[in-house]
Ligand binder design. Structure first.
Ligand code: 13P
Ligand code: SF4
Length: 313
């Protein structure tokens, strides 16, 4: 099936983009694999393709559609929807804006297009600290991930008002310090890297907090040989395949994002064969301009385009 996908990709002049959490069978045949920031950047840069297939969750594919209006963007699984995005509605943002009229609204890219359409700036886990500090204000409204908010709050000293104090990712919320403590006992030489969507105490117990893109970079460039990784298993599998000489240990071996895994090679092939209308990713016309504007604002924060890799403390 991988051979079929590779061959048909050429015939269709299609670009296959895949997030770091995608099943390995998709990552292996993708043209580019990355974190949400790198994928957004890639979508904006490419030209000359007749279609983009975005293997990830819907909000990521929507960003590709907004950043590359000329190329139709397809998602293999139409029901791959990030539940974190459901924590903050556009109405909630509007209500909090009224309460705090002077605080800009910074939304995590893991939000719906409608929520983004009433917000002021977008950030990803790879640039949240730079975006918030780049605003140069004392107070912002931020959401929906409370753990990312904790991380940004501590790194920047800016007052972050949660758009939703309970907002979290069900995959990353499962990590706890007991797992890290046990693994540190077993592998005292390991570098522990955790995603900022993990709970605050897990971030505190880590050596490094970073986006999935930062994790890829650190493991590739570091002379260390043993790593404990606290994020979704797709990234762990990618690192294990890329670095057979290094020991890559998942902090929790059931950290699976079911939504990311709704995409499959069969579904990628179907999109290539049939280009089904229902798999076309569309953002309402009236929202596109504003989302483009706030993505541009994101990229204007100093160095925010580049994935960060910062020590937790
Ligand atoms: P990254 O931006 O680090 O790839 O994270 C996206 C995500 O959905 C994390 O759960
Ligand atoms: Fe959403 Fe969490 Fe899955 Fe990332 S891992 S796509 S935040 S549910």
């Amino acid at each position: 099936m991988q051979q079929k996908v590779l061959a048909l990709k050429k015939v269709r002049n299609a670009l296959l983009l895949a997030h770091n959490y995608q099943p390995m069978e998709i990552q292996e045949v993708a043209d580019f694999v990355g974190d949400s920031l790198q994928l957004a950047k890639k979508s904006a840069e490419v030209s000359g393709y007749d279609m983009i297939i975005f293997a990830g969750v819907k909000f990521m594919a929507e960003m590709a559609a907004v950043l590359n209006e000329k190329t139709p963007v397809y998602i293999p699984a139409t029901d791959a929807i990030c539940p974190l995005a459901a924590w903050v509605s556009a109405d909630k943002v509007r209500a909090l804006k009224e309460e705090y009229p002077d605080a800009p609204v910074v939304v995590y890219v893991n939000t719906t297009a409608e929520t983004k359409s009433v917000s002021d700036v977008i950030c990803t886990s790879g640039n949240a600290v730079k975006v918030v500090s780049g605003l140069g204000v004392a107070r912002v409204l931020f959401g929906p991930d409370k753990n990312l908010a904790d991380y940004v709050r501590r790194q920047t000293g800016v007052e972050l008002i949660d758009l939703e104090p309970r907002g979290h990712c069900y995959v990353h919320q499962q990590f706890d310090i007991a797992q890290i403590t046990l693994l540190r006992e077993e592998y005292p030489e390991a570098v522990v890297i955790v995603h900022p969507e993990c709970p605050e105490e897990v971030q505190d117990a880590a050596d490094i907090v970073g986006s999935t893109g930062a994790m890829v970079k650190i493991v590739a460039e570091s002379p260390d040989e043993t790593f404990v990784i606290a994020t979704e298993l797709g990234l762990v599998e990618q690192l294990q395949a890329k670095h057979p000489d290094k020991k890559i240990i998942p902090a929790y071996d059931r950290a699976v994002c079911r939504q990311m895994k709704k995409n499959s090679l069969e579904k990628v092939l179907r999109v290539l064969e049939e280009r089904p209308k229902e798999n076309l990713v569309e953002v309402p016309e009236e929202m596109i301009g504003h989302i483009q504007e706030i993505l541009e604002r994101m990229s204007q924060a100093p160095d925010a385009r580049f994935a960060e890799a910062s020590a937790s403390d």
